[in-house]
Design a protein around this ligand. Structure first.
Ligand code: NAP
Length: 522
């Protein structure tokens, strides 16, 4: 059905949401000159933003709009775009609808599909960065290695020997960009091209080749259909099968794109609908809404039954609940994996050899190319930077028993330091952009206390942080992520990296800081 034919639904969280949008719009309408006249101290405070991905670009835009003009974005790579720069594998696309996966203040009428391809998303961020002149504030190839708080300032060091002294550090370092390689014997001994999905070797031709893929996460499930018709054979090495939600990905017609161009209201409606559909279904299901959970489970089960061969269907049948792992959305994985040149290998991997992958039954699966689609360390956050707080304790030491923050954005004893998309930020299958926008808005309210001259130092209290994290642990018990599966969500301490409550609670929590939960020093 055309998206234009759907009736705009009333937003479930209209009131809170509208307040939030109004605030954003108000802040956008204020001219720099007015801000300077009103506050005037924004340019005196120096800010380091670490990372030029989605959150870093956003922070720069928001800071400048609010009159904070003295900032630098430190980016370790030579291009912006974060995860959308790193991942270039065939089939890469987003599983959040395009019209929701964008900055709320920068709608895009030109998305080609309901779920956009990765390159288009990268181009979107690049375009926004150019439009808002963010690029001029980015220092590329500047990896921050150390940041230490002393006497009210943060002292930064970069890998190339650079130094900076700033009042605030905002870590916009992203969630999924530290590739994880499997601990399999002989990984380095494969003779052909062998690379992680996030380090795709575009010089390695796949045409007519025997390609092995290790892993069956969102990434592998997108790669298989994208390459199946080009290669001689795909061998998918599966340790755990995945539930797959059928989701069509139609192209937007020229007529629809024109309608979006003509009507910003229509784009707002679509944004609003997508947000409510996602927050009302997936995000509720994962935190324990049984009806939603069952509906999604039934859709996945129905999809699985489209696999004709009972033996293959059996191999692809998970023994845990749908959504326990990150839910995969795909309309083309099952058709692709049923093609005669696809093979699902469920026998465990013994080792990797020069000529291929040897499984525990002694069989050598001969390959020309090997793709490692084993995911990311979703708990690395600011790593490997050495961030040292006011007591001389590093963030790594502080987080030795688990990565905990106050409302995902602040850490006790790390004053004037904020995280975007920090611990427990992700809301089930939801757009991180919206999450990040609310976090930036929240963080800037804290920064304003320093700009206004009310305080010099802002840090979350330990009590409030401990209470928040105890609440998280309690709420997590009712979520699907801890219902009995292994996933990147869960860290080595058994803590899930997700937000265990509703989207609405996130909106409420991020509206305004509770100042009694902060240590505010003059
Ligand atoms: P992932 O979901 O963490 O999947 C990693 C896969 O590698 C799993 O199937 C895992 O098996 C397997 N694996 C790990 N170590 C292994 C070993 N030693 N031997 C055999 N198999 C091994 O990683 P991903 O697919 O890259 O996705 C990560 C996340 O990125 C997603 O959950 C999603 O949040 C995001 N992402 C999103 C999109 C999108 O928007 N469409 C696309 C790609 C990625 P087990 O299950 O047995 O551990």
């Amino acid at each position: 059905m055309s998206i234009l034919a759907t009736q705009p639904k009333r937003c479930k969280f209209a009131t809170a949401w509208q307040r939030y949008v109004n605030r954003l719009k108000e802040s956008m309408n204020i001219q720099h000159s007015e801000i300077k006249a009103a506050g005037g101290k924004g340019e005196l405070l120096r800010i380091a933003i670490i990372g030029a991905g989605m959150s870093g670009i956003l922070t720069a835009i928001k800071l400048r709009e609010a009159g904070y003009t003295n900032f630098t974005i430190y980016e370790k790579a030579d291009r912006l775009g974060g995860t959308w720069r790193e991942n270039t594998y065939p089939g890469l696309s987003c599983d959040v609808p395009s019209h929701l996966y964008r900055y709320s203040f920068e709608p895009n009428p030109n998305w080609s599909k309901l779920f956009s391809p990765g390159q288009e998303i990268w181009e979107y961020f690049d375009g926004v960065a150019k439009k808002y002149d963010v690029a001029s504030s980015i220092e590329y190839n500047k990896e921050v290695t150390k940041s230490e708080y002393k006497n009210g300032k943060w002292y930064l060091e970069t890998a190339d020997g650079g130094r900076d002294t700033v009042d605030f550090v905002i870590a916009a370092t992203g969630v999924l960009h530290h590739p994880v390689f499997p601990d399999i014997d002989g990984l380095g001994s494969f003779e052909g091209p062998c690379f992680h999905s996030a380090q795709w070797d575009h010089n390695a031709s796949l045409e007519g080749k025997r390609v092995g893929i290790i892993g069956t996460g969102s990434t592998a499930i997108q790669i298989v259909p994208a390459i199946i018709d080009e290669v001689e054979k795909v061998s998918l090495f599966q340790r755990t099968p995945q539930w797959v939600l059928p989701l069509p990905n139609p192209e937007f017609s020229d007529e629809e794109k024109q309608a979006f161009r003509n009507s910003p209201e229509l784009m707002e409606d679509v944004y609003c609908q997508a947000r409510d559909q996602f927050s009302g279904s997936f995000s509720e299901a994962v935190i324990g809404d049984k009806t939603q959970m069952e509906e999604i489970g039934a859709l996945c089960q129905g999809n699985l039954e489209t696999v004709q061969d009972p033996e293959l269907r059996e191999k692809l049948t998970p023994n845990y609940q749908a959504m326990c792992k990150r839910l995969i959305m795909s309309n083309d994985f099952y058709p692709a994996i049923q093609k005669p040149n696809a093979d699902v290998v469920t026998e465990g991997i013994e080792r990797i050899e020069a000529g291929g992958v040897r499984t525990r039954d002694g069989v050598l699966h001969e390959l020309d190319v090997l793709v490692i689609a084993t995911g990311f360390d979703g708990h690395a956050f600011t790593g490997p930077m050495n961030i040292i707080g006011r007591n001389g304790t590093s963030l790594e030491e502080t987080w030795a028993n688990g990565k905990e923050a106050y409302r995902s954005v602040a850490v006790p004893d790390f004053p004037n330091f904020f995280l975007l998309c920090g611990p427990n930020s992700p809301i089930g299958n939801f757009s991180l952009i919206l999450i990040s926008e609310m976090q930036v808005d929240y963080v800037m309210q804290l920064m304003d206390l320093v700009r206004d001259g009310t305080y010099r130092e802002v840090a979350a209290t330990k009590d409030a942080t401990d209470r928040f994290n105890a609440d998280i642990k309690e709420a997590m018990k009712g979520t699907i992520w801890v219902s009995g599966c292994k996933s990147w969500y869960i860290d080595k301490h058994g803590n899930a990296a997700m937000w265990p409550w509703s989207f609405q609670k996130f909106v409420e929590d991020m509206k305004q800081p509770l100042l009694e939960e902060f240590e505010l020093n003059h």
